[in-house]
Design a protein around this ligand. Structure first.
Ligand SMILES: [Mn+2]
Length: 356
């Protein structure tokens, strides 16, 4: 595996490439053209300049997270063709730039949902948190306003104000889209893009829905083992793969994370590894990566990745806000550096144990 950190680009991120380079064992970053709107075709020169900036700092651009999928594709409206063409152009340019990993998601309207961005934990750190009760009590149109005060002045990916301003229209677009229709639209999209992925050897790695259940009555399909295996079979091409995100699949305590990893052998191209602390099945907060600080056994997760021969990029996922850092919630430097170091330590121990 290759240890990486997500980086939002010099215009948007409080963390610098120089700082990332100094985390032991981190050799790459996962990034995106953060200014690009979903549905836009990316220019080759923009990709190359992002790549050059990262390489000049002594790091590798290990993959793209995300190339967002336009809502027209998810809903399956007639104008999806135009957006699929643009997506194919983006993939061609990524392939020409030597990039072989694309993370994306197929979540309607909201990329991810949390009800608090700065819940205080007993040690004084702050974390992202979720309670179903808070979601149930909230008008989806007010979702953005309810968290906007806690973004530390940063633009949260998936929660761009322009996008949130259209939220009523977005909900209307999805009114007759159920799980089956969403599956069918995903299949259509994948079948259209697989030829370009085959040509340039690009692994598409779908990110699970977060949380892994329906919110605000919207359909959600990338939520559990059955559905993800169905998706792998539905378009049975090795370039149709998975981002295994422990913190997203893990929101549903019925998901057995090491078992899911083993069942996806050969199709996991990217891993997000983080821990959650559950206060009840519908109230969780993001904890430190350390097993004992949360609910998951991180050793078992890393062992499962080792067992399937996982060799793609991995990243510590969201971190806590600690040591008075001011950064995008979940994406500060300090706790993610601790997470990377911890995951590297687990991996080294597992590797050495198995080589004996
Ligand atoms: Mn994730």
């Amino acid at each position: 595996m290759q240890m990486t950190l997500r980086w939002y680009g010099s215009k948007y991120d409080t963390v610098t490439l120089k700082q990332i380079r100094q985390i032991p064992g981190v050799t790459g970053v996962i990034s995106t053209l953060y200014g690009a709107a979903p549905g836009e075709a990316w220019k080759l020169e923009d990709i190359l300049s992002l790549k050059k900036e990262i390489e000049d700092a002594g790091l590798q651009l290990a993959g793209i997270e995300s190339v967002n999928v336009h809502d027209a594709i998810k809903v399956g409206t007639p104008d999806r063709e135009k957006y699929i063409e643009n997506y194919i152009t983006t993939l061609e340019h990524l392939g020409q730039a030597g990039i072989h990993l694309v993370c994306y998601n197929f979540m309607p309207v909201f990329d991810w949902t949390r009800t608090e961005l700065a819940r205080m934990r007993p040690d004084g750190s702050t974390v992202l948190a979720y309670t179903q009760e808070a979601v149930d009590a909230l008008d989806p149109e007010k979702m953005f306003e309810s968290i906007a005060g806690d973004t530390n002045g940063t633009v949260m990916p998936g929660w761009e104000p322009e996008r949130m301003a259209r939220i009523k229209d977005l909900f209307a677009m999805y009114h007759d889209v159920d799980d089956e229709k969403l599956f069918a639209n995903l299949k259509y999209f994948l079948e259209r893009i697989m030829p370009v992925c085959d040509k340039y050897d690009i692994n598409m790695a779908i990110h699970p829905d977060d949380p892994a259940w329906s919110v605000f009555g919207l359909p959600r399909i990338i939520i559990n083992k059955d559905n993800i295996l169905r998706m792998m079979k539905m378009v049975d091409n090795p370039h149709n793969g998975v981002t295994f995100c422990s913190g997203s699949y893990g929101t549903n305590l019925e998901n057995d994370l090491p078992d899911m990893i083993r069942s996806l052998k050969g199709r996991i191209y990217f891993a997000h590894v983080r821990n959650l602390k559950f206060n009840s099945p519908t109230d969780f907060e993001e904890s430190a990566h350390l097993s004992s600080d949360g609910t998951f056994d991180m050793y078992e997760i890393m062992l499962a990745l080792y067992d399937i021969g996982f060799d793609g990029p991995i990243r510590p996922d969201h971190g806590r806000m600690i040591w008075d850092e001011v950064a995008m919630p979940g994406y500060g430097l300090y706790d993610r550096a601790l997470g990377a170091t911890y995951l590297n330590g687990l991996w080294e121990a597992i590797e050495k144990q198995h080589k004996k």
